[in-house]
Design a binder for this molecule. Structure first.
Ligand code: SAH
Length: 525
């Protein structure tokens, strides 16, 4: 008869927070092993079963005992508070098994049952302090050298993790929490919110909300978990809340409104993230707002959080559509507005891409507009790149450029789309290499579409029409762009879209990809 080991995380302490599987496992066990205090917490579930309880520092003894009993064919439930895999019994039992040459195939059966760890149970009592990247650090130096704990505290503090400190203090270990506070204060303000939760979901539960500066003035003990906020965590009522994101981003849109709260976290509004702006599920903020609005309608007294978080305004700046010359005054104003905290990046689109931390869009945009700068939205939008029309000599087509910009400039699209607009057949600003190329020649327009502007198989656009009368050009191009907006897949570049649908506004796709064998480019193509 082969035995079995259940390693049971029973959560913070109240039976209500046991998982169903944890209860079953206790029922299925014929013998329960655990630390005395914990045995008492689950006494009701154990009933008449054999119980082996030991003192606190006898975990190794418990692990060996459990393994031996299972090897004799017993079904042994090893109980561990919180989650058995977090400073719990799971690792110890595996270590004993490894020592004895255990194999999954021939050894006793193992089942580790997950439980709610203190980081989660304590956080729930404090509000929502974890939310973002967080780590657990145990301040117990019984099994871990203090210099390693110090290093981890230092690293976590520096990297702005929310911290959950386990085993913060005991009768004998009193200096560790003092040292930990010192390290944290090197990187975080004294006002950083801190939650002290003692005996979460147990009889003597106590919750204190304090600050990093004052936390040592309160009781901290063996049964306390100390949760330390990151630099964005804030206190509201008697809660600690860590926002989901560090900073909100918004850009200019046609109507020049900052994104509404529920729009800001949409993938299309985060083209700089790893997902590259691609939509999947998302919008946790949507859900949160929806939940809040429901509660509000139900006349609950739950306060709606009005925490003001600084946002980053992102947009592009250029001296004009056809104008390529900055004035000293414009550059000076731009530098002043961007300031120490903002950034400026020169892009391949004849634009300067700026990011400025601010919640006041007007304050940023008004001075720039005043000196004649053109402000353009960024992200998956339509950008028009025009030549300098040889400084005006070939400027007959400029009114059409302006009209086109009025119609569709800045429009949101499945993916960024560039229109090149050049004033003569030389197209020396490279219109034929843009997604859509418009070239003015002898009073009419030539139209190129579907260029592959990047990658090793880059190629110019296909010449789909010659001599389009000026009065038609805006409609023709708008038609193409609207069709792409409507039928393009999220994140699908225009040339891929054209290749897929084969025909746009009556213009038929021809494969003009260079027929050469190339290996993929190292950074993707
Ligand atoms: N396996 C456990 C952790 C054991 S280490 C888990 O996953 O939660 C023991 C430490 O856990 C304690 O010093 C305390 O910091 C924390 N802890 C465990 N249960 C707790 C509870 N109910 N309330 C507050 N802290 C708790």
């Amino acid at each position: 008869m082969s035995g079995k080991l259940f390693i049971i995380g029973f959560g913070p302490g109240s039976v209500k927070h046991f998982t169903e599987r944890a209860k079953e496992a206790i029922r299925e066990s014929d013998c329960i092993i655990g630390y005395k205090t914990y045995i008492e917490l689950v006494r009701d579930l154990i009933g008449e079963k054999e119980v082996i309880s030991t003192g606190m520092s006898e975990e190794v003894t418990r692990a060996i005992k459990a393994v031996k009993l299972a090897e004799q064919g017993r079904k042994v439930g090893v109980i561990s508070s919180g989650d058995a895999g977090v400073y719990g019994m799971a690792g110890l039992v595996y270590e004993v098994l490894v020592e004895r040459g255990w194999t999954e195939k021939d050894g006793v059966e193992m089942e580790v049952i997950p439980g709610i760890s203190a980081i989660n149970s304590c956080a729930s009592l404090l509000g929502a302090p974890i939310m973002h990247d967080a780590c657990t650090i145990s301040l117990s130096d019984h099994l871990t050298p203090w210099h390693i704990i110090e290093k981890r505290l230092e690293a976590a503090a520096k990297a702005d993790f929310v911290l959950a400190l386990y085993n913060p203090k005991s009768g004998k270990r009193t200096r560790q929490i003092v040292e930990a506070q010192k390290i944290l204060l090197k990187y975080r303000s004294r006002e950083t919110p801190v939650g002290l939760v003692k005996s979460a979901y147990r009889e003597r539960q106590k919750v204190v909300i304090t600050t990093l500066g004052d936390m040592l003035e309160h009781e901290i003990g063996m049964l306390t978990t100390v949760i330390i906020g990151n630099s964005t965590s804030f206190r509201y009522e008697n809660k600690i809340i860590t926002p989901r994101g560090y900073q909100r981003k918004y850009t200019l849109r046609k109507e020049e409104q900052p994104l509404k709260p529920h729009e800001r976290l949409r993938k299309e509004n985060e083209p700089w993230a790893l997902h590259g702006g691609k939509e999947e599920n998302d919008a946790p903020l949507d859900l949160a707002n929806e939940a809040l609005s429901k509660v509000k309608n139900g006349k609950s007294t739950v306060p709606i959080v009005h925490h003001v978080q600084e946002s980053i305004l992102e947009f592009a700046v250029s001296p004009g559509l056809a104008n390529k010359q900055f004035t000293p005054e414009q550059l000076k104003t731009l530098a002043e507005v961007v300031g120490e905290k903002g950034t400026m990046e020169y892009t391949p689109h004849h634009q300067i891409y700026v990011k400025i931390p601010t919640n006041n869009r007007e304050k940023v945009t008004a001075p720039l507009k005043k000196v004649g700068l053109l402000l353009l939205p960024v992200g998956n939008v339509l950008t028009i790149k025009a030549c300098d029309f040889c400084d005006g000599e070939k400027s007959d087509s400029i009114p059409y450029l302006n009209e086109l910009y009025e119609h569709i400039g800045g429009m949101e699209l499945p993916k960024e789309l560039n229109i090149g607009f050049n004033g003569c057949g030389m197209a020396c600003y490279g219109a034929v290499h843009e997604d859509i190329g418009i070239v003015y020649r002898k009073g009419k327009f030539d139209l190129f579409i579907g260029a592959k502007p990047v990658g090793r198989t880059a190629h110019p656009g296909q010449l789909v029409a010659e001599g389009i009368p000026p009065e038609q050009i805006v409609d023709v191009v708008s038609g193409i762009v609207h069709e792409y907006k409507e039928k393009g897949y999220p994140n699908e570049r225009f040339f891929k879209f054209f290749k897929r649908v084969k025909e746009v506004q009556g213009f038929v796709y021809r494969d003009i990809t260079p027929k050469i064998d190339v290996n993929p480019a190292p950074c993707g193509d």
